[in-house]
Design a protein around this ligand. Structure first.
Ligand code: SF4
Ligand code: SF4
Length: 404
């Protein structure tokens, strides 16, 4: 965001407070400085030199999950998350611990292949004990061979109806390669040739969360260069944070983006054949970047309702965000888990066999939260709660089961 736009955004706040109604961190803390209005006020005060850029001020800015829910309620149309991203570029050095984690993460993200190969044996060795002691949240095992290393151009016999490229994203490449495989099978079943590009790099979103805007722009340049070379009907994604970066922020950074990027729900909605699964109750959780960033809410529901065997049940009043927020879940683990547990309670009360969502980060966080409230569930023996565990599935897994 340009300096002049940043100042304009800050000055547009009329302090009405509407934004607080959806802000998950404000709802949890009931503290003015933990909501959009308070955060914008802090940024404005720093900008006007009425407030020093202290560690405390920095904490308030970095405790935003960047869900974007606030902007949908703002009568003056402020892009709060973007203003906060910009504010972080100014405040990123104010907390020593975060500065260290930020620098480490920056180097790791830029050489993520190397970083994950170092982290994998450490994860195997230490992680089970840390998990047992409740020091870390559950995360999947880092894949021995990343998804992008295993696939390139992929087709099955017979004439193909078109060519699709996948933007894999880091979480699927290293933590959930099975989701990439599911998408591959779905696209092949529909008759497409599928291209996976080895040159793809991180979309840049995690770098922005630490305030490294310039590094994120370099990632954007690299991805645009790589995807420009492939001719494909669409570039399909399974991570809403990547999708928002590719579709919305790349053009803002560079005046151009990757063409025809579509979330899998958008791409598959009108392309699916008759689909059937064994009888089950399914509810859906909207990943915040898909809902507030891209307004993709109807497509997954229509897909689920069209699958024979699924009884779709809408969840009542879920929070705007699952509470994951990437590094937010590490920096503010307690708050992140409280938001996740609240969501898990709503899911549980809905009574589904399956919680479907469209984001690997949401899957990871919700699975952990359901496990945490699971023990509570068993001790409370409440009638409205399920006896059996709730399965968390990405939409692509639900679709694969229904058509392949
Ligand atoms: S982006 Fe989300 S967490 Fe941040 S201020 Fe807005 S509603 Fe709150
Ligand atoms: S809704 Fe918009 S104008 Fe009102 S307090 Fe929030 S950010 Fe400011």
């Amino acid at each position: 965001m340009k300096e002049v736009d940043y100042k304009r955004q800050l000055n547009r706040c009329v302090r009405c407070g509407s934004c607080k109604a959806l802000c998950p961190t404000y709802m949890e803390e009931l503290d003015e400085t933990m909501g959009a209005r308070g955060r914008l006020y802090i940024l404005q005060a720093i900008e006007e030199k009425r407030l020093e850029p202290t560690t405390r001020a920095s904490d308030k800015l970095f405790s935003c999950i960047q869900c974007g829910a606030c902007s949908t309620l703002c009568p003056t149309g402020i892009d709060v998350a973007e203003a906060i991203y910009h504010g972080r570029t100014i405040l990123r050095k104010e907390n020593r611990k975060r500065r260290f984690i930020g620098s480490l993460s920056r180097s790791s993200i830029k050489r993520i292949g190397l970083a994950t190969s170092i982290l994998r044996p450490i994860q195997k060795l230490l992680y089970p004990a840390l998990l047992r002691k409740g020091i870390v949240n559950p995360i999947p095992e880092i894949a021995p061979v990343p998804f992008r290393e295993r696939f390139n151009v992929y087709k099955e016999g017979g004439k193909r109806i078109g060519r699709i490229a996948i933007f894999v994203g880091c979480s699927i490449n290293y933590l959930y390669p099975s989701l990439g495989e599911s998408l591959l099978r779905v696209l092949l079943r529909l008759g497409y040739e599928v291209v996976v590009l080895k040159g793809e790099v991180c979309c840049g979103a995690p770098l922005r969360t630490f305030g490294f805007e310039e590094d994120a722009i370099k990632m954007a340049e690299r991805n645009i260069e790589v995807f420009e070379k492939v001719r494909a009907e669409a570039v399909v994604t399974m991570c809403p944070t990547c999708t928002v970066m590719l579709k919305m922020h790349y053009p803002e950074f560079l005046g151009k983006g990757i063409e025809n990027v579509l979330d899998i729900n958008q791409f598959l909605l009108d392309r699916l054949p008759e689909a059937k699964v064994s009888k089950r109750v399914v509810t859906y959780f909207d990943p915040c970047h898909l809902r507030y960033g891209l307004n993709v809410t109807e497509e997954p529901r229509r897909i689920l309702k069209a699958i024979d065997g699924i009884e779709y049940r809408e969840m009542k009043n879920p929070p705007a965000c699952c509470g994951f927020g990437g590094f937010f879940s590490i920096n503010f683990r307690g708050l992140s888990n409280r938001i996740g547990d609240k969501l898990a309670g709503y899911i549980s009360q809905t009574g589904p066999h399956v919680l479907a969502t469209s984001c690997p980060g949401c899957m990871m966080h919700i699975e952990g939260a359901l496990q945490r409230i699971g023990s509570e569930r068993r001790t409370k023996k409440s009638k409205d709660l399920l006896e059996t565990p709730i399965e968390v599935m990405h939409m692509v897994e639900v679709i694969e089961e229904a058509i392949c």
